[in-house]
Design a protein around this ligand. Structure first.
Ligand code: ADP
Ligand code: MG
Length: 414
């Protein structure tokens, strides 16, 4: 799959952009604050809906406007298709009943579910924000894990959506009730129902997360050791509701199912059994904190608090690592994302490198580009003369195309 052209309307500092791009390496250069990142963000959003920079869709709308549209014309081995993602605020003429909304289309026909849209064109983006995965709050690591799994497994995205809907309903109830000796039976019954459903969904989500966290650990540590010369060992551990990981590992080991689970996931009765074990554990945990949660008006336990703990030689990186070590780890994690997507999806993902070269030394730059041969690539930088050698390594059959970005206007070099 490659992008043939990009179309943006009222996206960040672009009023309207219609740009044909090359099949190989595309380099966007220009001064700061001209719209280089905005452009690649637009490309990413058109394929993946969520931005790599913000979780607020309204940030993406050009100041003063009420809707944006980001579209891509694609070619999949010659077969043409187009994707378009539009988001509007309550003030937009597109809005119904004063609500915000999203319109996704493929070849101008509506796509109802996000899960059916995000796997169509896979893009992996490398950006300075990747550092957040290593050094920032668990939410950044969950986003990394969720994005990766959703790209290879649309059903996972649906599980997450269902889980967060139920959780916000439960949280709304928790906010409205006060603990007392005479808590209405109805409230308890409602909480029982939600906890049961949440535990059921949790078990399925956990089964995906544990497996992908392991895959990330294996592939990222390999990339890490080749970037850093094998001096330090990177590892990733999935952290979830207490006792769950132990129960899952025991089940896999006792039944000799580890390899099957890692390679294709469990199915049939094995899946049913382990799902039952995990959901029972989560349910018991939810019940044990119920009074506390009612008292505090929160959901204190659950997979919404999961994390992947990134360690270097056994030390938690978030707390004990230098900037340089964090950069290397972030790069290894993103290379692992690329490798895992390639494992599960037949076509090579499209790559975006937003301003990443300037932050990396020569050795890291080279390990990055050597993983990127033959892909369609979008690169942003301030100085195009600084990346000649990297472009040579990345270039497959095609020729690099250069574009100058200046105040929301893009000119192709001829
Ligand atoms: N929603 C928006 N509407 C209009 N302009 C925006 C919006 N968001 C960011 N900008 C502008 O875009 C510029 C930054 O563009 P960016 O692509 O991040 O720069 P760079 O070329 O350095 O990557 C800033 O001038 C900022 O004010
Ligand atoms: Mg930028």
């Amino acid at each position: 799959m490659i992008i043939r052209s990009v179309h943006l309307e009222n996206f960040r500092n672009y009023g309207r952009l219609d740009l044909d791009v090359g099949p190989s390496v595309n380099i966007f250069y220009g001064d700061n604050a001209q719209g280089k990142t905005n452009l690649v963000e637009g490309i990413y959003v058109a394929s993946s809906i969520a931005s790599h920079r913000t979780s607020k869709d309204s940030d993406l709308i050009k100041f003063g406007e009420n809707e944006y549209k980001a579209s891509l014309d694609l070619s999949d081995e010659g077969a043409l298709t187009s994707l378009s993602s539009c988001y509007y605020t309550e003030k937009s003429v597109l809005s119904k009943n004063n609500r915000t909304g999203r319109i996704l289309t493929r070849d101008n026909a509506p796509v109802d579910k996000i899960s059916e849209y995000i796997g169509i064109c896979n893009i992996v983006i490398f950006a300075p924000e990747d550092l957040n995965i290593v050094k920032n709050a668990p939410a950044f690591r969950r986003k990394f894990l969720n994005t990766l799994i959703s790209k290879v497994s649309p059903s996972y995205f649906n599980l997450l959506t269902n889980y967060s809907k139920l959780l916000s309903q439960k949280n709304a109830l928790l906010k409205s009730i006060r603990i007392s000796d005479s808590m209405p039976a109805l409230v308890n019954e409602q909480l029982n129902f939600w906890d049961y459903s949440l535990a059921d969904l949790s078990a399925e989500i956990i089964l995906k997360r544990y497996r992908f966290a392991k895959l990330i650990s294996d592939t990222a540590s390999k990339h890490h050791s080749s970037i850093s010369g094998g001096k330090e060992k990177l590892s990733i551990e999935y952290s979830t509701v207490f006792g769950v990981v132990g129960a899952l590992e025991t089940f896999l080991n006792k039944n000799g199912k580890y390899d099957e689970y890692m390679s294709k996931g469990l199915s049939g009765t094995d899946y049913g059994r382990i799902k039952g074990i995990l959901s029972d554990l989560v349910l018991a945990k939810l019940k044990s904190v119920r009074n506390y949660d009612i008292d505090k008006h929160i959901s204190s336990v659950g997979i919404q608090r999961d994390d992947i703990v990134i360690k270097l030689d056994g030390l938690v990186m978030k707390t004990f690592s230098s900037q340089g070590q964090q950069r290397t780890a972030a790069l290894a994690l993103k290379l692992s994302e690329l490798e895992i997507i390639k494992m599960f999806v037949s076509s090579t993902p499209i790559l975006i490198l937003d301003d990443v070269f300037s932050e990396l030394d020569k050795a890291r730059r080279m390990s990055l580009v050597s993983a990127m041969k033959d892909a369609q690539i979008f690169i942003t930088c301030t100085d195009k003369d600084m990346i000649g050698e990297e472009i040579d390594v990345m270039q497959g059959a095609g020729k690099a195309a250069f574009y100058r970005v200046n105040g929301g206007i893009i000119e192709a070099e001829t």
